[in-house]
Each structure stands twice: as C-alpha cells, then as structure tokens.
Write a protein that binds this ligand. Structure first.
Ligand SMILES: [Zn+2]
Ligand SMILES: [Zn+2]
Length: 99
C-alpha cells in the first residue's frame, strides 16, 4: 500500500507525490510561469487579462458602474515648471564681468 500523489497544486490541480516537488512546481512551474492577473475587488486570479475582465464584469458590475465615464487620466502638471529666472545663479554674472 502506498500513497500516491496526495499533494495537489492549488493553482492548476496537478498532483504530486512529494510536498517538496509540489512546492517547487507551485513556485517555479505553475505560479512562476504564468502572469497572474489579480482581481482588485476580490481574491480571484485569472491567468489571462481577458478572463479577469469577464470576471469583473460578471461579479463586480456594480463597482464598475460607479465610474461610468472613462475619464482620461491627466497627469498633474507641476507648477514648479515655471520657475522665476532670478533663481538661477549660473547666468552671466554681469557685475563680476564688468570690473
Ligand atoms: Zn500548478
Ligand atoms: Zn473579483
């Protein structure tokens, strides 16, 4: 009698006989390989961004509806860009050149 493949990957369901092998699979093969798209609203993860979109539309529609207009993100322009020119001391010191 022997136990076979009692450890199953929680991501893809692949079964392994040894816990260490499963861990290695989870980290390097399964979890490490595929880009995981985490749902911002719950713990759901999708392997493809399209699946995540479908999930959000399905389960979080109310949240999505709260922001109906896709407002274009404007970068906040720094007012510091308009610096007074007298701050720069490197500009041709007239008084020093005069003497
Ligand atoms: Zn896996
Ligand atoms: Zn979700």
């Amino acid at each position: 009698m022997y136990e076979e493949n009692q450890y199953s990957c929680q991501h893809c369901g692949k079964r392994y006989r040894w816990k260490s092998t499963l861990k290695r699979h989870e980290v390097f093969e399964c979890g490490g390989k595929e880009p995981v798209h985490q749902c911002p609203h719950c713990d759901y993860r999708a392997k493809q961004s399209g699946n995540l979109r479908v999930h959000i539309r399905k389960y979080h529609t109310s949240i999505e509806l709260q922001s109906p207009s896709p407002a274009p993100r404007k970068p906040i322009v720094n007012p510091i860009q308009h610096q007074p020119s007298n701050l720069s001391t490197n500009q041709t010191p007239v008084a020093a050149a005069e003497r």
